[in-house]
Design a protein around this ligand. Structure first.
Ligand code: ASP
Length: 362
Protein backbone atom coordinates (compact mmCIF):
# COMPACT_ATOMS: atom_id res chain seq x y z
CA UNK A 1 0.00 0.00 0.00
CA UNK A 2 1.26 3.47 -0.75
CA UNK A 3 1.97 5.65 2.20
CA UNK A 4 0.56 9.17 2.45
CA UNK A 5 3.01 11.92 3.13
CA UNK A 6 2.62 15.27 4.76
CA UNK A 7 5.23 17.89 5.32
CA UNK A 8 4.93 17.92 9.07
CA UNK A 9 8.43 17.01 10.14
CA UNK A 10 8.79 14.73 13.11
CA UNK A 11 11.09 16.09 15.73
CA UNK A 12 13.39 13.11 16.12
CA UNK A 13 16.10 14.45 13.86
CA UNK A 14 19.53 14.03 15.37
CA UNK A 15 20.62 17.59 14.91
CA UNK A 16 18.02 20.25 15.44
CA UNK A 17 20.38 23.08 14.53
CA UNK A 18 19.60 22.77 10.86
CA UNK A 19 16.00 21.73 11.05
CA UNK A 20 13.51 24.25 9.75
CA UNK A 21 10.39 23.50 11.76
CA UNK A 22 7.96 25.59 9.74
CA UNK A 23 9.63 25.61 6.42
CA UNK A 24 6.40 25.89 4.48
CA UNK A 25 5.85 29.37 5.86
CA UNK A 26 8.65 30.13 3.58
CA UNK A 27 10.13 33.40 4.72
CA UNK A 28 13.55 31.85 5.08
CA UNK A 29 15.46 34.23 2.99
CA UNK A 30 19.17 34.16 2.77
CA UNK A 31 20.92 36.07 0.13
CA UNK A 32 24.45 35.82 -1.04
CA UNK A 33 25.69 37.58 -4.07
CA UNK A 34 28.74 37.04 -6.16
CA UNK A 35 29.91 38.85 -9.18
CA UNK A 36 30.63 36.02 -11.59
CA UNK A 37 32.74 37.76 -14.10
CA UNK A 38 33.65 41.25 -14.97
CA UNK A 39 33.46 41.92 -18.66
CA UNK A 40 32.89 45.62 -18.15
CA UNK A 41 32.99 47.74 -15.03
CA UNK A 42 30.22 48.19 -12.52
CA UNK A 43 29.14 46.91 -9.13
CA UNK A 44 26.82 44.13 -8.13
CA UNK A 45 23.18 44.35 -9.00
CA UNK A 46 19.99 43.42 -7.22
CA UNK A 47 16.66 42.04 -8.38
CA UNK A 48 14.87 44.61 -10.41
CA UNK A 49 17.81 47.00 -10.42
CA UNK A 50 17.20 49.69 -12.96
CA UNK A 51 20.22 51.95 -12.81
CA UNK A 52 22.65 51.81 -15.69
CA UNK A 53 26.38 51.51 -15.30
CA UNK A 54 27.05 52.61 -18.79
CA UNK A 55 28.02 49.30 -20.38
CA UNK A 56 28.24 49.02 -24.12
CA UNK A 57 26.21 45.87 -24.79
CA UNK A 58 23.83 46.23 -27.67
CA UNK A 59 22.10 42.94 -28.31
CA UNK A 60 18.54 44.28 -28.20
CA UNK A 61 17.87 48.01 -28.26
CA UNK A 62 20.80 48.61 -25.95
CA UNK A 63 20.16 45.54 -23.81
CA UNK A 64 22.11 44.74 -21.77
CA UNK A 65 23.65 47.98 -20.60
CA UNK A 66 24.05 47.07 -16.92
CA UNK A 67 24.72 44.07 -14.67
CA UNK A 68 22.27 41.19 -14.91
CA UNK A 69 21.19 39.31 -11.78
CA UNK A 70 20.64 35.57 -11.96
CA UNK A 71 18.45 34.54 -9.04
CA UNK A 72 19.09 31.02 -7.74
CA UNK A 73 16.27 29.66 -5.57
CA UNK A 74 18.52 27.49 -3.38
CA UNK A 75 21.62 28.00 -1.29
CA UNK A 76 25.10 28.55 -2.65
CA UNK A 77 27.04 25.34 -3.12
CA UNK A 78 24.03 23.33 -4.29
CA UNK A 79 23.33 21.91 -7.74
CA UNK A 80 21.27 24.77 -9.14
CA UNK A 81 23.86 27.22 -7.89
CA UNK A 82 26.65 25.12 -9.43
CA UNK A 83 24.97 24.97 -12.84
CA UNK A 84 24.19 28.69 -12.72
CA UNK A 85 27.75 29.71 -11.95
CA UNK A 86 29.05 27.41 -14.69
CA UNK A 87 26.97 29.01 -17.42
CA UNK A 88 27.10 32.54 -16.04
CA UNK A 89 30.67 33.13 -17.12
CA UNK A 90 30.27 32.34 -20.85
CA UNK A 91 26.86 34.02 -20.85
CA UNK A 92 28.40 37.10 -19.31
CA UNK A 93 31.07 37.15 -22.01
CA UNK A 94 28.46 36.72 -24.74
CA UNK A 95 26.29 39.50 -23.33
CA UNK A 96 29.14 41.86 -22.55
CA UNK A 97 27.92 42.49 -19.03
CA UNK A 98 28.55 41.17 -15.55
CA UNK A 99 26.23 38.50 -14.24
CA UNK A 100 25.61 38.60 -10.51
CA UNK A 101 24.40 35.36 -8.91
CA UNK A 102 22.03 35.88 -6.02
CA UNK A 103 20.80 33.02 -3.81
CA UNK A 104 17.25 33.58 -2.60
CA UNK A 105 16.35 30.51 -0.59
CA UNK A 106 13.07 29.29 0.82
CA UNK A 107 10.01 27.15 0.27
CA UNK A 108 11.46 24.86 -2.36
CA UNK A 109 12.37 27.69 -4.69
CA UNK A 110 8.96 29.34 -4.61
CA UNK A 111 10.19 32.42 -2.71
CA UNK A 112 12.70 33.22 -5.46
CA UNK A 113 10.26 32.43 -8.26
CA UNK A 114 7.64 34.66 -6.63
CA UNK A 115 10.13 37.51 -6.35
CA UNK A 116 11.29 37.24 -9.96
CA UNK A 117 7.70 37.06 -11.22
CA UNK A 118 7.22 40.53 -9.66
CA UNK A 119 10.56 42.00 -10.77
CA UNK A 120 10.94 44.62 -13.48
CA UNK A 121 10.40 42.95 -16.86
CA UNK A 122 13.59 44.36 -18.33
CA UNK A 123 15.85 41.32 -18.60
CA UNK A 124 18.04 42.35 -15.68
CA UNK A 125 16.48 39.87 -13.27
CA UNK A 126 16.60 36.29 -14.49
CA UNK A 127 15.47 33.21 -12.58
CA UNK A 128 17.34 29.95 -12.83
CA UNK A 129 15.07 27.21 -11.56
CA UNK A 130 14.96 23.47 -11.74
CA UNK A 131 12.28 20.79 -11.96
CA UNK A 132 10.66 22.50 -8.96
CA UNK A 133 9.13 24.99 -11.38
CA UNK A 134 6.91 22.14 -12.59
CA UNK A 135 6.22 20.46 -9.25
CA UNK A 136 5.29 23.59 -7.26
CA UNK A 137 1.76 23.97 -8.68
CA UNK A 138 0.84 20.53 -7.34
CA UNK A 139 2.65 21.01 -4.04
CA UNK A 140 1.48 24.51 -3.09
CA UNK A 141 -2.19 25.47 -3.20
CA UNK A 142 -1.31 29.13 -2.55
CA UNK A 143 1.52 29.49 -5.03
CA UNK A 144 2.06 33.24 -5.51
CA UNK A 145 2.71 32.90 -9.24
CA UNK A 146 1.68 30.84 -12.23
CA UNK A 147 4.74 29.18 -13.81
CA UNK A 148 3.21 29.31 -17.28
CA UNK A 149 1.51 32.73 -17.15
CA UNK A 150 3.87 34.86 -15.07
CA UNK A 151 7.15 34.12 -16.85
CA UNK A 152 8.70 33.96 -20.26
CA UNK A 153 11.01 31.02 -20.73
CA UNK A 154 14.52 31.64 -22.03
CA UNK A 155 15.57 28.06 -22.60
CA UNK A 156 16.39 24.75 -20.94
CA UNK A 157 19.92 24.44 -19.62
CA UNK A 158 20.86 21.00 -18.29
CA UNK A 159 19.61 17.65 -17.20
CA UNK A 160 21.19 16.21 -14.09
CA UNK A 161 20.77 12.69 -12.67
CA UNK A 162 20.24 12.17 -8.96
CA UNK A 163 22.03 9.73 -6.68
CA UNK A 164 20.96 7.94 -3.52
CA UNK A 165 23.79 8.40 -1.05
CA UNK A 166 24.39 7.77 2.65
CA UNK A 167 26.96 8.54 5.27
CA UNK A 168 29.65 5.88 5.44
CA UNK A 169 28.50 4.57 8.80
CA UNK A 170 24.96 3.89 7.63
CA UNK A 171 24.49 0.13 7.65
CA UNK A 172 23.15 -0.77 4.18
CA UNK A 173 25.75 -1.18 1.44
CA UNK A 174 23.56 -1.67 -1.63
CA UNK A 175 20.27 -0.20 -2.84
CA UNK A 176 18.56 -3.54 -2.16
CA UNK A 177 19.92 -3.50 1.41
CA UNK A 178 18.82 0.13 1.75
CA UNK A 179 15.24 -0.79 0.86
CA UNK A 180 15.22 -3.68 3.35
CA UNK A 181 16.87 -1.64 6.11
CA UNK A 182 14.64 1.38 5.68
CA UNK A 183 11.54 -0.81 5.62
CA UNK A 184 12.54 -2.43 8.91
CA UNK A 185 13.77 0.72 10.61
CA UNK A 186 11.41 3.37 9.26
CA UNK A 187 10.89 4.87 12.70
CA UNK A 188 14.57 5.71 13.20
CA UNK A 189 16.00 6.33 9.73
CA UNK A 190 16.45 10.00 8.73
CA UNK A 191 16.25 11.37 5.20
CA UNK A 192 17.92 14.71 4.40
CA UNK A 193 16.77 17.04 1.65
CA UNK A 194 17.17 20.57 0.38
CA UNK A 195 13.81 21.86 1.58
CA UNK A 196 10.10 21.59 0.99
CA UNK A 197 9.45 21.11 -2.70
CA UNK A 198 13.12 20.50 -3.51
CA UNK A 199 14.00 17.79 -6.01
CA UNK A 200 15.78 15.92 -3.25
CA UNK A 201 12.57 15.84 -1.26
CA UNK A 202 10.62 14.73 -4.30
CA UNK A 203 13.10 11.91 -4.90
CA UNK A 204 12.79 10.82 -1.28
CA UNK A 205 9.02 10.93 -1.43
CA UNK A 206 8.97 8.80 -4.55
CA UNK A 207 11.24 6.34 -2.76
CA UNK A 208 9.07 6.29 0.35
CA UNK A 209 5.95 5.91 -1.74
CA UNK A 210 7.45 3.08 -3.75
CA UNK A 211 8.41 1.03 -0.71
CA UNK A 212 5.45 2.09 1.45
CA UNK A 213 7.18 3.81 4.37
CA UNK A 214 7.12 7.25 5.95
CA UNK A 215 10.47 8.50 7.16
CA UNK A 216 11.65 11.36 9.32
CA UNK A 217 12.64 14.05 6.84
CA UNK A 218 15.28 16.59 7.76
CA UNK A 219 14.93 19.67 5.53
CA UNK A 220 17.83 22.04 4.97
CA UNK A 221 18.06 25.33 3.10
CA UNK A 222 19.91 23.63 0.29
CA UNK A 223 22.02 20.70 -0.74
CA UNK A 224 25.26 22.17 0.64
CA UNK A 225 24.31 22.08 4.34
CA UNK A 226 22.41 18.79 3.88
CA UNK A 227 25.52 17.13 2.43
CA UNK A 228 27.72 18.50 5.19
CA UNK A 229 25.51 16.89 7.81
CA UNK A 230 25.24 13.68 5.79
CA UNK A 231 29.01 13.34 5.57
CA UNK A 232 29.21 14.19 9.28
CA UNK A 233 26.78 11.43 10.14
CA UNK A 234 24.02 13.66 11.52
CA UNK A 235 21.55 12.25 8.97
CA UNK A 236 21.39 8.83 7.33
CA UNK A 237 20.71 9.18 3.62
CA UNK A 238 19.49 11.44 0.83
CA UNK A 239 19.02 11.66 -2.92
CA UNK A 240 20.52 14.62 -4.73
CA UNK A 241 22.01 15.72 -8.03
CA UNK A 242 25.29 14.28 -9.27
CA UNK A 243 26.65 17.80 -9.76
CA UNK A 244 27.07 18.02 -6.01
CA UNK A 245 27.37 14.39 -4.93
CA UNK A 246 29.97 13.15 -7.45
CA UNK A 247 32.88 14.71 -5.56
CA UNK A 248 31.98 13.04 -2.27
CA UNK A 249 31.21 9.74 -3.98
CA UNK A 250 34.51 9.70 -5.84
CA UNK A 251 36.41 10.72 -2.71
CA UNK A 252 34.76 7.89 -0.78
CA UNK A 253 33.20 10.33 1.67
CA UNK A 254 29.71 8.90 1.16
CA UNK A 255 28.21 5.60 0.05
CA UNK A 256 26.35 5.66 -3.26
CA UNK A 257 23.49 3.25 -3.88
CA UNK A 258 21.84 4.10 -7.18
CA UNK A 259 21.33 6.75 -9.85
CA UNK A 260 17.81 7.83 -10.72
CA UNK A 261 18.10 7.90 -14.52
CA UNK A 262 17.30 5.11 -17.00
CA UNK A 263 21.01 4.82 -17.89
CA UNK A 264 24.08 4.71 -15.70
CA UNK A 265 26.09 7.91 -15.38
CA UNK A 266 29.36 7.84 -17.36
CA UNK A 267 31.40 9.48 -14.59
CA UNK A 268 29.97 7.08 -11.97
CA UNK A 269 29.98 3.82 -13.93
CA UNK A 270 29.85 1.45 -10.95
CA UNK A 271 26.61 2.79 -9.55
CA UNK A 272 23.50 0.90 -10.68
CA UNK A 273 20.33 2.61 -11.80
CA UNK A 274 17.27 2.45 -9.57
CA UNK A 275 15.72 0.29 -12.27
CA UNK A 276 18.62 -2.19 -12.17
CA UNK A 277 18.40 -2.15 -8.38
CA UNK A 278 14.71 -2.99 -8.34
CA UNK A 279 12.79 0.30 -8.06
CA UNK A 280 12.10 1.45 -11.63
CA UNK A 281 9.36 3.80 -10.44
CA UNK A 282 11.92 6.01 -8.69
CA UNK A 283 13.27 7.97 -11.64
CA UNK A 284 13.98 11.69 -11.55
CA UNK A 285 16.13 13.73 -13.90
CA UNK A 286 16.54 17.27 -12.64
CA UNK A 287 16.36 19.79 -15.45
CA UNK A 288 17.18 23.46 -15.17
CA UNK A 289 15.86 26.41 -17.12
CA UNK A 290 16.04 30.21 -17.24
CA UNK A 291 13.01 32.51 -16.84
CA UNK A 292 12.22 36.21 -16.95
CA UNK A 293 9.04 38.06 -15.92
CA UNK A 294 6.18 37.64 -18.40
CA UNK A 295 6.23 41.18 -19.79
CA UNK A 296 9.90 41.07 -20.79
CA UNK A 297 10.29 42.19 -24.43
CA UNK A 298 10.88 39.35 -26.89
CA UNK A 299 14.11 40.84 -28.18
CA UNK A 300 15.54 40.82 -24.66
CA UNK A 301 14.58 37.16 -24.29
CA UNK A 302 16.21 36.47 -27.65
CA UNK A 303 19.46 38.05 -26.46
CA UNK A 304 19.44 35.88 -23.33
CA UNK A 305 18.64 32.75 -25.33
CA UNK A 306 21.47 33.47 -27.76
CA UNK A 307 23.90 33.87 -24.84
CA UNK A 308 22.60 30.67 -23.24
CA UNK A 309 23.23 28.80 -26.46
CA UNK A 310 26.81 30.12 -26.56
CA UNK A 311 27.31 28.87 -22.99
CA UNK A 312 25.91 25.43 -23.74
CA UNK A 313 28.39 24.99 -26.58
CA UNK A 314 31.31 26.15 -24.48
CA UNK A 315 33.77 23.25 -24.19
CA UNK A 316 34.70 24.21 -20.64
CA UNK A 317 31.04 24.06 -19.59
CA UNK A 318 30.51 20.74 -21.38
CA UNK A 319 33.61 19.19 -19.79
CA UNK A 320 32.85 20.43 -16.30
CA UNK A 321 29.27 19.24 -16.48
CA UNK A 322 30.43 15.83 -17.75
CA UNK A 323 32.79 15.53 -14.81
CA UNK A 324 29.82 16.18 -12.57
CA UNK A 325 27.67 13.54 -14.26
CA UNK A 326 25.54 16.05 -16.17
CA UNK A 327 25.22 17.49 -19.66
CA UNK A 328 23.87 20.59 -21.35
CA UNK A 329 20.61 20.08 -23.24
CA UNK A 330 20.78 20.07 -27.03
CA UNK A 331 20.46 23.54 -28.53
CA UNK A 332 17.01 22.85 -29.96
CA UNK A 333 15.80 22.52 -26.36
CA UNK A 334 17.54 25.71 -25.24
CA UNK A 335 14.84 27.89 -26.78
CA UNK A 336 11.79 29.66 -25.31
CA UNK A 337 9.40 27.51 -27.37
CA UNK A 338 10.96 24.14 -26.44
CA UNK A 339 11.33 25.21 -22.82
CA UNK A 340 7.69 26.36 -22.56
CA UNK A 341 6.42 23.15 -24.10
CA UNK A 342 8.59 21.07 -21.78
CA UNK A 343 7.52 23.04 -18.70
CA UNK A 344 3.88 22.49 -19.58
CA UNK A 345 4.51 18.81 -20.19
CA UNK A 346 6.39 18.43 -16.90
CA UNK A 347 3.60 20.13 -14.93
CA UNK A 348 1.28 17.55 -16.47
CA UNK A 349 3.64 14.70 -15.57
CA UNK A 350 4.35 15.64 -11.95
CA UNK A 351 0.89 16.84 -10.91
CA UNK A 352 -0.70 13.37 -10.89
CA UNK A 353 2.41 11.71 -9.40
CA UNK A 354 2.46 14.18 -6.52
CA UNK A 355 -1.28 13.83 -6.01
CA UNK A 356 -1.04 10.05 -6.07
CA UNK A 357 1.77 10.17 -3.50
CA UNK A 358 -0.44 12.32 -1.27
CA UNK A 359 2.17 15.05 -1.10
CA UNK A 360 1.37 18.65 -0.24
CA UNK A 361 3.28 21.63 1.06
CA UNK A 362 0.13 23.08 2.65
N1 ASP B 1 19.46 19.94 -5.04
C1 ASP B 1 18.45 20.80 -4.53
C2 ASP B 1 17.14 20.08 -4.61
O1 ASP B 1 17.05 19.10 -3.96
C3 ASP B 1 18.32 22.15 -5.06
C4 ASP B 1 19.58 22.78 -5.50
O2 ASP B 1 20.34 23.33 -4.70
O3 ASP B 1 19.77 22.73 -6.67
O4 ASP B 1 16.20 20.49 -5.24
Amino acid sequence: MRSRHSFVMRSTAPDARHRLPVVRLGALLAISALVISACTGGGSGSPGASSSDGGDGGAAGGYPDQNITFVVPFSAGGPTDTVTRLIAEPMSEALGQQIVVQNVEGAGGTVAAGEVSQAAADGYTVLMHHIGMSTAPALYSDLPYDPLEDFKTVGLVTEVPMTFIANNDFEPNTFEELIAYVTENADTVTYAHAGIGAASQLCGLLFQSAIGVTLTEVPYEGTGPALTDLVGGQVDFMCDQTTNTSGQIQAGEVKAYAVTTPDRVASLPDIPTTEEAGLPEVQVGVWHGLYVPADTPDEVVEALTAALQVALEDQGVIDQLAELGAAPVSLDRATPEAHSAYLEEQIGVWGPIIEEAGVSAD
